[in-house]
Ligand binder design. Structure first.
Ligand code: ZN
Ligand code: ZN
Ligand code: ZN
Length: 378
């Protein structure tokens, strides 16, 4: 297959993580929180670079509060791994032994009647135990209380997202050369996964191959349907490279497209362009949705554009901010998100075109650069 040269990312420094923790405490305070409680998952990776090899029922929790220095509580047996993570050098590391009560240890770092943001991925087991021990404390989901925590990317993060985007683009250019007609969706999805890994991804999150009528279901992944001549096919794939996400969609035609496929594809292409053109610092997320949706609605397909226009991307492939009506969050340079309008015609086919866009000082910059015109495959 393709010649591969995975780029090497510049490592994050301890200071990068320390600065993130400080920023989170400041923004939590501004949001009326007394602190933030972070459990294993994307928030912890972003804040400390620490990702336990197995996320177990044992409590691991990072405490970012106003009263205490940043403190990471871990099971004793995982302490060496936690200490080796790049972002834990400057924080207080403390541990609890099997048989001890980790929630009692946690509660010494908390105030009884305070309000804390908690990672969305925290296990109910842990949060319920804390609630039981601290009945007058209040806990809020971090995406409710501090949705923009990871939204604005620094230069190193932008470079990783751009590299992941370039790898996804290379994947698309290669998949255009494979045979589609007569093969199952699942087989093409396997090719996409192999290519993403070959071009440097360490993790594949999704490989959508929605052929013919399956393309009309935006979350169809890939199945046993055999691809036929004349099918429109939605391809949507992405994952993580150097810890940062890719996510791109193109719709291709197997052989000559029908006039209807051509027409619908062109509307989506123009809608996607309008969405990208609407990206500017100081604007609001919902303006991007409005700009893309207007093109599709005016063409008469508004009812068939059944999802929001985009989502943020970073250490995960789907996260806030969301490009959706009602989201007034201001666009800030360094934010990265998808612009991915689509039209879904039940029983016929679907079309979606998606690029990741970074907000710049004066507009938006696409992190995907392959052709958005309708490509014909064999
Ligand atoms: Zn999705
Ligand atoms: Zn996608
Ligand atoms: Zn997406």
């Amino acid at each position: 297959m393709a010649d591969t040269h995975p780029p090497v990312a510049v490592p994050f420094a301890t200071g990068d993580y320390t600065a993130r923790m400080r920023r989170v405490v400041d923004s939590a305070t501004a949001a009326g929180l007394d602190g933030v409680l972070v459990t294993p998952g994307p928030d912890l990776v972003w804040l400390t670079g620490y990702q336990p090899t197995a996320i177990t029922e044992r409590l691991t929790m990072l405490f970012l509060t106003r009263e205490h220095e940043p403190t990471l509580l871990v099971p004793t047996l995982e302490r060496p791994d936690a200490a080796a993570a790049p972002g834990t050098a400057d924080l207080a590391l403390t541990d609890w032994r099997d048989g001890a009560d980790p929630y009692a240890a946690a509660s010494t770092l908390l105030r009884p009647a305070a309000r804390y943001g908690v990672s969305d991925s925290a296990w109910a087991l842990h949060l319920l135990a804390l609630q039981h021990l601290m009945p007058s404390a209040r806990f809020a989901s971090l995406t409710q209380a501090l949705a923009m925590m990871r939204a604005v990317k620094d230069e190193n993060e932008l470079a990783r997202l751009a590299a992941a985007g370039a790898a996804a683009d290379a994947t698309y250019l290669e998949i255009l050369k494979v045979r589609f007609a007569g093969r199952k969706e699942r087989d093409v999805a396997g090719d996409l996964a192999d290519l993403l890994l070959g071009f440097g991804h360490e993790q594949v999150d999704f490989t959508v191959v929605g052929s013919g009528p399956n393309g009309a279901n935006p979350h169809h992944e890939a199945g046993d349907r055999t691809i036929e001549e004349g099918d429109a096919i939605v391809l949507d794939f992405g994952g993580l490279m150097s810890g940062y996400g890719s996510d791109t969609s193109r719709t291709v035609s197997v052989g000559e497209p029908s006039a209807r496929v051509r027409e619908v594809h062109e509307i989506v292409r123009l809608a996607q362009q309008a969405g990208v053109d609407a990206v500017r610092p100081g604007g609001a997320c919902q303006e991007i949705d409005r700009a893309a949706r207007r093109v599709i609605t005016e063409a008469g397909y508004g009812e068939q554009f059944i999802h929001r226009t985009g989502h943020g991307i970073g250490v995960t492939t789907h996260e806030p901010p969301y490009m959706v009506e009602g989201e007034e969050q201001e666009l800030v340079p360094g934010m990265c998100f998808s612009v991915e309008p689509g039209i879904y015609l039940a029983g016929e086919f679907g079309v979606r075109i998606e690029d990741i866009v970074a907000v710049t000082d004066d507009g938006g910059r696409r992190l995907n650069s392959t052709s958005r015109s309708l490509q014909i495959v064999e």
